[in-house]
Design a protein around this ligand. Structure first.
Ligand SMILES: O=C(O)c1cc(=O)[nH]c(=O)n1[C@@H]1O[C@H](COP(=O)(O)O)[C@@H](O)[C@H]1O
Length: 232
């Protein structure tokens, strides 16, 4: 059974563009992430289409609201049959627990919590009044997610080494902010190369623009997969 480590972020504004890219890729090489832009534009039908193409789908809607609202949203997402979904750890213990309890035990959907967005660094943390360094905040929020029974977290691969050590092999570390050596950083701040991410213990690498904007997305995905395979 294949367990691709790359999750391609389908950050597109239409189903047509998303499907065009998905048709170039292969389910044994990558999983796909549907985020706020694409889901808002296309709704659950596109998620169903991608699953029908045998891709595992990570529904990245980063729910953050009162516990009852988040719990109901998580229940609806689990009902779609997605492989993974996320909520914001900053929603706090009651919200995380309500979300966990809302997903039926019979469901295989993984529930993970976003810790500190990879687009944020120390100055952004100061702006919103959080205390500590990024790695301390991420550790604190990951501990909260673990305590509430979640399957893992979204973090930067820069923090993965400590989290892997603290929470063990089964805790899922999903790492965006992945940038191959020669690609543009864009709006990301806490970045690593794919190699660093794997070496630091990341479970899955979320990669958007370096694959979606590549002249040959399939080739880029294949190359990254072989680099990852060489390290494992
Ligand atoms: O939850 C996420 O997927 C996420 C969390 C985070 O902290 N940082 C982050 O970049 N993401 C998502 O990961 C993807 C990264 O895309 P690229 O920067 O184009 O590789 C985007 O779809 C983001 O929404």
């Amino acid at each position: 059974m294949h367990d691709p480590r790359i999750i391609v972020a389908l950050d597109f504004s239409s189903a047509e563009d998303a499907l065009k890219l998905a048709r170039k890729l292969k389910p044994h090489l990558c999983r796909l992430k549907v985020g706020k832009e694409l889901f808002t534009a296309t709704g659950p039908q596109l998620v169903e289409k991608l699953m029908h193409m045998e891709f595992d789908v990570f529904l990245d809607l980063k729910f953050h609201d009162i516990p009852n609202t988040v719990a109901s949203a998580c229940k609806a997402a689990a009902h779609l049959g997605v492989w993974m979904m996320n909520i914001h750890a900053l929603g706090g213990r009651k919200m995380l627990t309500a979300a966990r309890e809302a997903i039926p035990q019979s469901s295989n959907t993984k529930l993970i919590a976003v810790t500190l967005l990879t687009s944020m660094d120390q100055s952004d943390i100061a702006d919103i009044g959080l205390q500590g360094k990024p790695e301390q905040i991420v550790m604190r929020l990951a501990q909260l997610a673990k305590d509430c029974g979640l399957d893992g977290v979204v973090c930067s691969a820069l923090e993965a080494t400590n989290l892997r050590q603290q929470f063990g092999a089964d805790f899922c570390l999903v790492t965006p902010g992945i940038r191959p050596a020669d690609s543009q950083v864009n709006d990301q701040k806490r970045i690593t190369t794919p190699q660093q991410a794997i070496e630091n213990g990341a479970s899955y690498l979320v990669i958007g623009r370096p694959i979606t904007q590549a002249s040959d997305p399939l080739l880029m995905c294949q190359q990254l997969n072989s680099e990852i395979a060489n390290l494992m």
